[in-house]
Design a protein around this ligand. Structure first.
Ligand SMILES: Nc1nc2c(ncn2[C@@H]2O[C@H](COP(=O)(O)OP(=O)(O)OP(=O)(O)O)[C@@H](O)[C@H]2O)c(=O)[nH]1
Ligand SMILES: [Mg+2]
Length: 238
């Protein structure tokens, strides 16, 4: 009796399990199909919203500057393509564009990545006009590059839009390598030059790369709340 009832109980359980499995596997498969469709729809919506954001977000021009070989182009490429690509030294200038979401919404960043080589320096003034933000890059693994940044700051200050001095982010590039620049020197540099933020980052690992541009976007928005596409039509890249 006892065995019989146990067998009966087990059969009952198995049949219940069977029923459960049957009734759960198929809806789950169906659910997966629906999930895939829902993801496709979301992807299309996301793409359309991004396109809309590109059209609607105010276009602002920012510069990326610093000594040669500190990692400026790698930083921009990592931000735009989410990849650490093999890049050549910049000849004069590179351009990139990306919508960046700041604290107060999106800005369409027109990113002008300047060569750090002395032989191209004579070209720089004409590229700076109308820029309202600056990503100033030095190489944490090369101690001389922080002081060299001061020269870049001074040089760009003569040609960029006066507003840019309020929207500067100092970037300590190659944070995946051992740092040779003490933090107190960086802090002193930021205080002396009234730099809004310092962010160590690595284009190689991707660490903090997005934070650099998101912080600059937010700083620009906080300092220029009236920013709208009509406010700076002259900043549009032709
Ligand atoms: N380990 C490490 N190497 C990096 C990183 N970013 C750039 N590099 C390397 O540093 C070198 C210079 O990088 P670039 O991005 O060309 O530097 P740049 O400042 O644009 O140089 P110019 O265009 O000549 O002014 C390259 O060999 C890069 O691979 C990083 O985050 N980590
Ligand atoms: Mg470069």
């Amino acid at each position: 009796m006892v065995l019989g009832s146990r067998t009966a109980d087990r059969d009952l359980t198995l049949s219940c399990l069977g029923t459960d499995l049957n009734s759960t596997i198929h809806p789950r498969l169906e659910g997966q199909g629906l999930l895939v469709e829902a993801i496709k729809v979301l992807a299309i919506i996301w793409e359309r919203l991004s396109a809309l954001a590109r059209q609607q977000a105010p276009l602002v021009k920012i510069l990326v500057a610093g000594t040669s070989q500190v990692g400026k182009t790698s930083l921009v490429q990592s931000y735009v393509f989410n990849d650490f690509l093999d890049v050549s030294p910049t000849i004069g200038i590179n351009f990139a564009q990306k919508v960046c979401l700041g604290e107060q919404g999106p800005l369409n960043l027109s990113i002008w990545d300047l060569s750090g080589e002395m032989r191209f320096k004579f070209l720089i003034p004409q590229f700076c006009s109308g820029a309202i933000g600056l990503v100033l890059v030095f190489d944490q693994a090369r101690s001389d590059t922080l002081n060299a940044s001061a020269e870049w700051l001074d040089f760009i200050g003569r040609y960029a839009h006066p507003f840019h001095s309020k929207a500067i982010v100092l970037v300590g590039a190659k944070s995946d390598l051992a740092s040779r620049v003490p933090l107190h020197e960086i802090n002193t540099f930021c205080t002396e030059h009234k730099i809004a933020a310092f962010i160590p980052c690595s284009a190689k690992t991707g660490a903090n790369v997005h934070r650099v541009f998101e912080s600059l976007t937010t700083i620009i928005q906080r300092t220029l709340p009236e920013l709208s596409s009509s406010t700076f039509p002259h900043l549009a890249v032709s």
